[in-house]
Ligand binder design. Structure first.
Ligand code: ZN
Length: 425
């Protein structure tokens, strides 16, 4: 089979792949939209069936494995998730066995999409589920993160099924839910694969998250931080700066890069400092514009490379913040956190790296997916994994999310060829 004939097959099934992508976007499978999630899972199953591949539905409830050490306690995220443990969930997987000995490749993608938090900012009303094509761009929530990548993986499955006699080993696709809320969908799938003996032998995995078309062996870890600043407020006529907790919070926000540097220095990990990303996302406090703020609540998230021990980092950061604020600002770390993951180089990495992929304008680090993702779960199961997908994190979860169709097609061609190479000796 030549590269040309692979491309020929890709072209033949491309219109159907784009149709699938548009239908998945229209289903709008967010956590809240239970019907949309069901619809998306059915679309994936029927695409596999039309490809001559039997889909396997893994139906479950989280309560079945919530004691597992890698389980993410979603119920701690807020009242919206209070019944999460008892909800019916579904992952779709499929296995193609060539019948010839060889390694196992897992193609992983999530079919749930992030919620739309600022609908009023979208250029078109309901643009998140429009699947509108305008020039080279296809719009909608999940176009980039990561329905586009998932559809390409499904297309690759179809071609591998059609050319089953021409490669070795076994390929598994795992289309999972719940990635956007912590990754329990992938955890459940890996437990299922392990139980069914699929994780034995040489194995590698690819996650088609929007990596800006970079081939990433590392993904960042994450932790959630809450700050509380408290001051004795008094009548504004006599209040000083010290009577307003907002000033304490402003000081911490201003000093934060220096505090991070101090922590890294303390840990003898100054080289990792540039990889740390942080963001403040929630602030609240006060009721009366004329009264200095007696209490301010601030929440943020910090992304860390694997080389920094998260626990040690948190302990030192806590100490630094207490020291800087003179004990006025208290810190709490919630249970919402994941470690980073730096994967071993499995066969997939070597095969994908044979060809140079041009970095895009959104490249942050050459080898790091600058966000947590399900890669850490594969790593925990001892599976070498790369994150490589179309679209970028700058498009993901964003207003007017889109995917470039040209980019998607280029990605499909490169990914197909690399997978093909991986499944030969
Ligand atoms: Zn994603």
């Amino acid at each position: 089979m030549t590269e040309k004939s692979l491309l020929f097959l890709m072209e033949r099934y491309w219109p159907e792949t784009i149709d699938l992508l548009r239908n998945l976007i229209r289903a709008h499978p967010t956590y809240e939209n239970v019907g949309g999630l069901e619809q998306a899972s059915l679309l994936i199953s029927s695409f596999l069936e039309r490809s001559g591949i039997s889909p396997i539905e893994i139906c479950y409830k989280n309560e079945e494995f919530h004691d597992h050490s890698l389980y993410v306690r979603t119920e701690d995220f807020g009242t919206m998730f209070s019944d999460d443990k008892y909800r019916r969930k579904k992952n779709i997987i499929a296995i193609i066995d060539s019948g010839k000995p060889g390694s196992t490749l897992i193609l992983n993608g999530h079919y749930d999409v992030d919620c739309v938090s600022t609908p009023e900012q979208w250029y078109e009303s309901q643009g998140w589920s429009s699947a509108k094509i305008d020039g080279d761009y296809l719009y909608g929530r999940g176009a980039s993160d990561m329905l586009g990548g998932l559809c390409v993986l499904l297309l690759i499955m179809r071609i591998l099924q059609e050319k089953k006699d021409e490669w070795r080993g076994r390929v598994v696709i795992t289309a999972v839910c719940d990635e956007e809320i912590g990754g329990n969908g992938t955890l459940k799938t890996l437990l299922w694969l392990e139980k069914n003996g699929i994780l034995e032998g040489e194995i590698s995995a690819l996650i088609a998250e929007p990596s800006g078309r970079l081939i990433c062996r590392e993904s960042l870890g994450f932790f959630h931080i809450k700050l509380e600043a408290t001051r004795k407020s008094m009548h504004m006529g006599v209040a000083q700066k010290e009577n307003n907790a907002l000033h304490d919070v402003i000081q911490i926000v201003k000093d934060f890069p220096a505090l991070i540097e101090k922590v890294c220095e303390d840990m003898s990990r100054l080289t990792e400092q540039d990889k740390i990303i942080f963001n403040w996302g929630i602030i609240s406090g006060g009721r009366d514009a004329a009264i200095p703020l007696g209490h301010v609540h601030l929440e943020g998230a910090i992304f860390l490379p694997e080389a920094l021990d998260s626990q040690g980092f948190q302990e030192r950061l806590l100490r630094e913040i207490l020291l800087t604020s003179g004990g006025v600002v208290k810190i709490e770390f919630s249970s919402f956190n994941f470690p980073g993951a730096l994967s071993d180089t499995g066969f997939i990495y070597q095969n994908f790296f044979l060809e140079k992929v041009l970095p895009t304008e959104h490249q942050v680090f050459p080898d790091i997916f600058p966000s947590p993702c399900d890669a850490r779960l594969f790593k925990s199961f001892g599976i070498p994994v790369i994150v490589y997908g179309p679209g970028s994190l700058a498009q993901a979860h964003a207003v007017d999310e889109y995917i470039s169709l040209k980019e998607l097609e280029d990605y499909a061609a490169h990914c197909m060829e690399s997978v093909w190479r991986s499944m030969h000796d």
